[in-house]
Design a protein around this ligand. Structure first.
Ligand SMILES: [Zn+2]
Ligand SMILES: [Zn+2]
Length: 337
């Protein structure tokens, strides 16, 4: 069986007969078709398999391996992860997603630190209470037991030869189990959202992809990031490449997920730019909602253009709302920009 997603456990597949080498395998050696991490593989070398398309995977678990390779390539690109691969049927693809989720439920590990029999004696999401269906009769399990029992139950059901005898086609009579599995798994996130918000937010928050880039200068403690524009900016800041997402694209993409958070761990100077843009987008939306439902697109553009030209506070100004997290740009900011 293919290795468990994102797991560093040694693979126990015995179908490959060559003896394990004594030295860790490098990514170049692994190109010889062995897509696995040998015992002793360094963390930075783990999963450095070359990307292969679905057609190139010659395995009974091709679809599963393909989904794993997509997740390793970019686990945050949800559009790419859920897009149905050409020539595949939707039910099989959904099966693989449910299966991956039950095997790699990281929020569960994080909840174990504070979700205990004492803190959460019942499985609740706000005022809703759920009974555990993993027993002969519905039972009132504490939240962490409910989560473990539900994951075990979902894994057993998905691995059942009776309901899912093949990974290539799903019997129509088994499709009814998808909804009940997904509904119960979703409650784990609902419980985390209502009762362990900090863990949920740390787990779900999206950070800027530019945090890891070291080539950008900073002003105060914000990164000076290039944007896609046809206008000439300062010579020190070339426009971003038109084909790539800039920080504004990123803020628009992540707005819906990140605007709900009360806490956000700042992981780099680009995250401060992201937070600033998310606040600005919120401000734009509140301007538009004040303008009313009957505002035309043309009027909306006018309102936002004039809002963008309004006086606004900068980090360090007394009215800037997040001065605890941002440092003043200092007197030489003008010369840098
Ligand atoms: Zn709990
Ligand atoms: Zn239970």
């Amino acid at each position: 069986m293919a290795e468990t997603i994102l797991s560093n456990e040694p693979n126990h597949d015995t179908s490959e007969t060559s003896k394990p080498t004594s030295k860790p395998q490098t990514s170049t050696e692994s190109k010889r078709s062995l897509r696995r991490n040998r015992p002793g593989t360094k963390h930075e070398d783990a999963y450095q398999f070359p990307y292969i398309s679905l057609e190139q995977i010659d395995s009974a678990f091709a679809l599963q391996e393909y989904l794993q390779s997509l997740i390793r390539a970019d686990k945050d690109n949800l559009d790419a992860l859920v897009e149905l691969p050409p020539g595949q049927d939707q039910e099989t693809w959904q099966y693989e997603h449910l299966s991956v989720y039950t095997r790699s439920n990281y929020i569960n590990f994080q909840l174990e630190a504070e979700c205990t029999r004492q803190s959460c004696p019942e499985m609740k999401a706000d005022e809703w209470q759920y009974l555990c269906a993993a027993h002969q009769a519905p039972t009132n399990c504490c939240a962490i037991d409910y989560i473990v029992h539900t994951l075990d139950g979902a894994t057993t059901l998905l691995n059942s030869h009776k309901y899912f005898p093949s990974r290539i086609s799903i019997p129509e009579t088994s499709l009814k189990h998808y909804q009940s599995i997904a509904r119960r798994l979703y409650r784990i996130f609902a419980h985390a959202w209502f009762h362990h918000r900090e863990i949920f937010e740390a787990f779900e928050a999206y950070h800027s992809q530019f945090n890891d880039r070291t080539e950008f200068r900073t002003v105060g403690n914000m990164a000076l990031l290039p944007i896609k524009t046809k206008l000439r900016g300062p010579p020190s800041l070339a426009p971003a490449p038109p084909a790539e997402d800039d920080v504004i694209d990123e803020a628009l993409d992540l707005f819906r997920a990140n605007c709900l958070f009360r806490n956000f761990e700042i992981k780099g100077s680009a995250d401060r730019v992201l937070i600033y843009l998310i606040l600005f987008i919120s401000d734009c939306l509140s301007c538009l909602s004040k303008a009313g439902k009957n505002t035309s697109q043309k009027e909306a553009v006018k309102i936002l253009n004039s809002r963008a030209l309004d006086q606004f506070a900068l980090p360090g100004d007394p009215t800037f709302p997040l001065n605890a997290l941002y440092t003043s740009p200092g007197s030489d900011a003008g010369s840098i920009i």
